[in-house]
Design a protein around this ligand. Structure first.
Ligand code: ADP
Length: 422
């Protein structure tokens, strides 16, 4: 049977085929979203494609069907495919009934590639359309999240700056009252004023953390490169923390420390802040009687480079540990493990909570140096105390960078730029 004869046969039997198709679709559990006239349109497009030997009329109609489905969720559910399957079944039913066997076979042979092509085309169109709609939705969600994050950063920054002024007043007036008390002050009054001043100092530190984290968020943190000896820096931090560790009966020790013995360049103030934050946490999350050990090793740099390329500083405690699923999220701002309701403030108290900014700042500072900060811990267990080890990996910079903002270290321009330190 010639394709044209088949087209004639299809034209003559249009109503019979379409009636059978409708009957089949009505029996199917999936209700087709297509208006009934669309079946006829597809049938006509099929005839047109057969007649001209060109698949485009069928393809164009399928594209129209798919683009009419706006909703991504719907796209996966709409039973467009069953329409094609039912049409094929209807034709496979009718042709052998109404034509001599040889003609029916030839007709089916002509129809089969076109209908198969239509099925493949429809599946592809649906997949592509669903994918592009999902991408659009993901991008919109991403933009929304970025906007929310910016709003949060703006709020932190504004709140921190607004808190700074009254805080300065509290500190100033408290100092003036102490001065007014003269040489022989009332001890009780002095201790009450001491309370106000230490509260204001702690609040000042939190406000400064908020400012730091918003500078990291908005990429205006500037590093001031100076000569640094890592061992000295860690010594200072350890010495600063020693009294608090003694108070809590937690051993704090500086172990093997290979820092290449050289002066390298980094921002010592900012790195001191990193070590302070990590050491402070190691005390807070280690029970009395535990220990914290700080070690360091150098690592090779690029091939052919004689001097070590990196230093890795490890701060290992035998405290309560951190669940594997929390090991990334604790580096995000305001993230803490456990319930906020159980939160108790304290810089050195066992499990004392803070605002959840320390590690976000530490990570921001280390990354601004072109390094990375991560934690390893077998998991969280307050009884077995498996401990945690924080790793600070920093590139060793042997020459003072020309541009003191630190962009020389190969970090992304977004991480750092020319803002002023508060
Ligand atoms: P916070 O102000 O709460 O200390 P951080 O950003 O410094 O905020 O730390 C975030 C959270 O990470 C802590 O609340 C704690 O749950 C967890 N964490 C940090 N360091 C340790 C550690 N050494 N051992 C166990 N948990 C830790």
């Amino acid at each position: 049977m010639h394709p044209d004869q088949l087209v004639n046969w299809l034209a003559e039997h249009r109503d019979v085929v379409l009636d059978l198709l409708r009957a089949m679709l009505e029996m199917s559990p999936d209700e087709s979203p297509l208006p009934r006239d669309q079946y006829a349109l597809f049938y006509d497009a099929l005839c047109c494609s057969l007649h001209g030997g060109d698949y485009r009329p069928v393809e164009e109609l399928l594209a129209e069907w798919v683009s009419a489905q706006q909703d991504v969720a719907l796209l996966y559910r709409v039973p467009l495919l069953p329409v094609l399957v039912a049409l094929k079944a209807a034709l496979w039913d009718l042709l052998p009934q109404r034509l001599p066997p040889d003609d029916a076979l030839m007709g089916l042979k002509v129809l089969d590639p076109l209908l198969t092509h239509a099925v493949v085309k429809l599946t592809n169109l649906q997949a592509t359309s669903a994918q592009s709609k999902l991408t659009e939705e993901l991008e919109a969600t991403k933009r929304h999240l970025e906007h929310l994050d910016k709003t949060k950063s703006d709020f932190i920054s504004i709140a921190a700056h607004e808190l700074k002024t009254p805080l300065t007043l509290i500190e100033g007036y408290a100092s003036m009252i102490v001065a007014e008390l003269g040489a022989d002050p009332d001890k009780r009054l002095l201790s009450l004023l001491g309370g106000i001043r230490s509260g204001a100092k702690r609040l000042g530190e939190i406000v400064q953390d908020m400012i730091d984290v918003s500078m990291i968020d908005t990429a205006v943190l500037t590093l001031r490169y100076q000569p640094v000896r890592f061992r000295r820096l860690l010594d200072l931090a350890v010495r600063e923390w020693q009294p608090s560790f003694n108070e809590r009966h937690v051993v704090l020790a500086l172990g093997d420390f290979d820092d290449a013995g050289r002066i390298t360049f980094a921002d010592p103030e900012r790195l001191y802040q990193v070590f302070n934050n990590v050491l402070g946490n190691s005390l807070k999350f280690t029970p009395d009687g535990g220990s914290v050990v700080v070690t360091a090793r150098t690592l090779p740099g690029a091939e052919g480079q004689e001097r070590p390329g990196y230093i890795e500083i490890m701060i290992a405690d035998n405290g309560i540990g951190i669940a594997v699923e929390d090991q990334e999220r604790i580096f995000q701002k305001f993230e803490r493990v456990g319930s906020v309701a159980l939160h108790s403030s304290g810089k050195t108290k066992f499990k004392g909570g803070g605002p959840g900014l320390g590690l976000a700042i530490a990570k921001g500072v280390v990354e601004a140096h072109g390094g990375s900060l991560w934690v390893e811990s077998p998991g969280y267990d307050e009884t077995a105390c498996p401990g945690s080890t924080f790793h600070v990996l920093l590139p060793l910079c042997y020459e003072p960078p020309e541009d003191k903002s630190g962009r020389l270290l190969g970090m992304s321009a977004g991480t750092i730029n020319q803002g002023k330190r508060e």
